[in-house]
Design a protein around this ligand. Structure first.
Ligand SMILES: Nc1ncnc2c1ncn2[C@@H]1O[C@H](COP(=O)(O)OP(=O)(O)OP(=O)(O)O)[C@@H](O)[C@H]1O
Ligand SMILES: [Mg+2]
Length: 380
């Protein structure tokens, strides 16, 4: 059981420097919460505040209804796994996993049962007699996780536990962690800077930047309904394309005209917000955001019924990646490289022009100054 609540939590390192500012979050029992954001945004600091390894300078930390700001780490009943997992080199795998239970003076038989149970879950039963030096990176990581989960704490706190592993192992361990979460049925708070890891693992994602929470939501919501340009650009690969446009109301439609010189290229906003943005932003510049998979070739756009929303959007392909199941074509727009994800049958070569069609029902519009998503929906 763990209900963890952070209320206006701050970590101030000196007069002007905050690691985390005004952090508000409710973590419920059994949730898999992922803190994600670029290097230095305050992910580890927040985790360390929850663990009690750093002192909260302002705000409140509640665990199961108790104010815990001044509780020692050992009294918080949380188990941590770090990026640089610390195994005792002189102990066997068995000894490493059993250690926390021995310290708590559990009966030998019970220790043995628990260690074997954990080894079973992590599929390291055949390694119990080995020393850490004789393990691969992935195996060491499993042992470190085993040592953390053997004592069933209130919550697991994990700080980039997979970042030392190669891509393939990371993928495997991601699946293992998901299974583990289901099996243990416990709360996990997990830190990563890898958006794929966040999206695949989290039941709730906390996107952070400069010590501040940007958005807290499910992975799908973060992807489909980002609150601002930072969140929109942080999740998804290749990232969302951003194109500066001038808003122009034409009779009953709202057009976004690509900024820059050359032939006029434009797209039309759809839905109820089209009029609203037209009224508020007519004649002003905004940022159009569209994901690579929401751009289509003509045939698909005609089929989807949104071909007439894009006028003369023609781009020259600068790079082509064929990935078997899909093709990603890149073009330059406003000094940035944009990506479009098309069917692998598309044969447009580098240097050739390609007419593109945007599914404007899936587009986003951001304010130039505040970078807030003008189409963000509070209630989904
Ligand atoms: N002990 C400290 N004294 C002063 N500043 C610190 C201290 N620890 C962290 N910071 C600063 O607080 C900010 C947040 O650091 P934190 O380690 O939480 O970032 P992070 O999101 O975990 O980054 P990374 O992805 O690189 O691990 C950074 O600007 C960092 O330099
Ligand atoms: Mg960190």
């Amino acid at each position: 059981m763990a209900e963890i609540a952070l209320r206006n939590v701050c970590k101030q390192f000196d007069a002007t420097h905050y690691g985390v500012k005004d952090f508000n979050l409710d973590i419920h029992d059994h949730e898999f919460v992922v803190f994600v954001g670029p290097s230095g945004c305050g992910k580890s600091t927040t985790l360390r505040l929850i663990a009690g390894l750093e002192e909260i300078t302002d705000g409140e930390l509640w665990i199961d209804g108790n104010l815990c700001n001044y509780l020692e780490p050992g009294e918080r009943d949380m188990s941590m796994v770090f990026q640089h997992y610390a195994l005792y080199p002189n102990m066997t795998v068995y000894g490493n996993i059993a250690y926390a239970l021995k310290v708590r003076k559990l009966p030998k038989q019970e220790i043995d049962r628990k260690v074997r149970e954990v080894a079973d879950i992590l599929e390291i039963g055949q390694l119990l007699d080995r020393k850490p030096v004789a393990l691969s990176g992935g195996q060491k990581q499993r042992v470190a996780i085993g040592a953390a989960i053997v004592r069933q704490p209130k919550a697991f706190l994990m700080d980039e536990p997979l970042s030392n592993l190669d891509a393939k192992l990371r993928g495997q361990m991601r699946v293992e962690l998901q299974k583990l979460h289901k099996q243990l049925n416990t709360t996990i708070i997990y830190v990563t800077h890898d958006q794929t890891e966040a999206m695949t693992l989290g039941t709730k994602i906390v996107v952070m930047k400069d010590g501040l929470i940007q958005q807290v939501d499910t992975p799908q919501q973060i992807y489909d309904n980002p609150i601002n340009k930072f969140v929109a650009g942080f999740v998804g690969s290749p990232s969302m394309n951003f194109i500066e446009c001038d808003v122009s109301v034409e009779r009953d439609r709202t057009a976004l005209i690509f900024a820059g010189t050359g032939p006029i290229r434009k797209v039309y906003l759809t839905g109820q917000h089209a009029r609203h943005i037209g009224e508020k932003y007519d004649g002003r510049r905004v940022i159009l955001g569209i994901r690579p998979e929401d751009i289509y070739e003509e045939a698909d756009a005609l089929e989807g019924g949104f071909a007439e929303n894009s006028v003369d959007v023609e781009e020259t392909v600068v790079t082509r990646e064929m990935l078997g199941s899909e093709g990603i074509l890149y073009f330059d727009e406003q000094q940035a490289t944009c990506a479009v994800r098309l069917k692998p049958t598309n044969q447009t070569q580098v240097g050739e022009k390609l007419r593109l069609y945007f599914d404007m029902d899936r587009a986003h519009v951001f304010d130039m100054e505040t970078e807030e998503n003008l189409l963000y929906r509070k209630e989904w």
